[in-house]
Write a protein that binds this ligand. Structure first.
Ligand code: GRF
Length: 195
């Protein structure tokens, strides 16, 4: 098969989406390989999961850098050291500078737990429930300078059910996140979707 795209994943926490991407990339016909997982938190649970899968990990704490530009330059250095071609944000909880985003524009993806453009930013499940919507879901999109604003690659919908709590709704959405993020990365890695 043609060469697989080299993908780095940025995380801050448990990394269940990261794990879904790692698992997908274990298939020999998947068009991407995961070459490294980078966290801004040394205690991110996903780091151990990645290491157990034999994947290189790195930590760069934003607290060690005086400015956002310095931090993002450090991230960029790690990514270039891995010769990453595509970056997947997977629960990475830092805002990236416009300069960093520009460098990776068209090659950086994010997963967000809402049907964008609805419910950008945090607490999406709580806000959807408060609004009484009948459908919720998740979106994989290209990252642009605006928070949760870039072009959509894939979305998945779930029903909001009677008696749902933020926890039950989040769990239903997360199943779909794990399904569509690997699909979206495959589309981008194959060049089937461009921003
Ligand atoms: C997911 O809900 C993702 O959509 C959002 O942050 C959460 C990360 O979860 N961006 P995990 O670390 O992938 O388990």
């Amino acid at each position: 098969m043609t060469e697989r795209k080299r993908v780095a994943i940025l995380i801050s926490g448990r990394g269940s989406n990261m794990e879904a991407l790692i698992h997908a990339a274990e298939a020999s016909d998947y068009p991407a390989e995961i070459v490294g997982v980078l966290s801004n938190k040394a205690d991110a649970g996903g780091l151990a999961v990645a290491a157990a899968a034999g994947i290189t990990t790195a930590v760069r704490s934003h607290r060690d850098f005086a400015t956002r530009d310095d931090f993002d330059a450090a991230l960029d250095g790690v990514l270039r050291g891995w010769a990453a071609e595509i970056v997947c944000l997977a629960g990475f909880m830092r805002l990236l500078t416009p300069g960093f985003v520009e460098k990776w524009e068209g090659r950086m993806l994010n997963i967000h737990p809402s049907l964008l453009p609805a419910y950008r930013d945090l607490h999406t499940h709580e806000r959807a429930l408060a609004d009484g919507v009948s459908e919720h879901g998740c979106t994989v999109h290209f990252v642009t300078a605006g928070l949760d604003e870039g072009p959509t690659i894939l979305q998945a919908r779930v029903p909001v059910l009677p008696g749902d709590t933020a926890t039950s709704l989040q769990a239903r959405v997360l199943v779909e996140e794990h399904r569509i993020y690997p699909q979206a990365l495959a589309l981008v890695a194959r060049g089937d979707v461009r921003p």
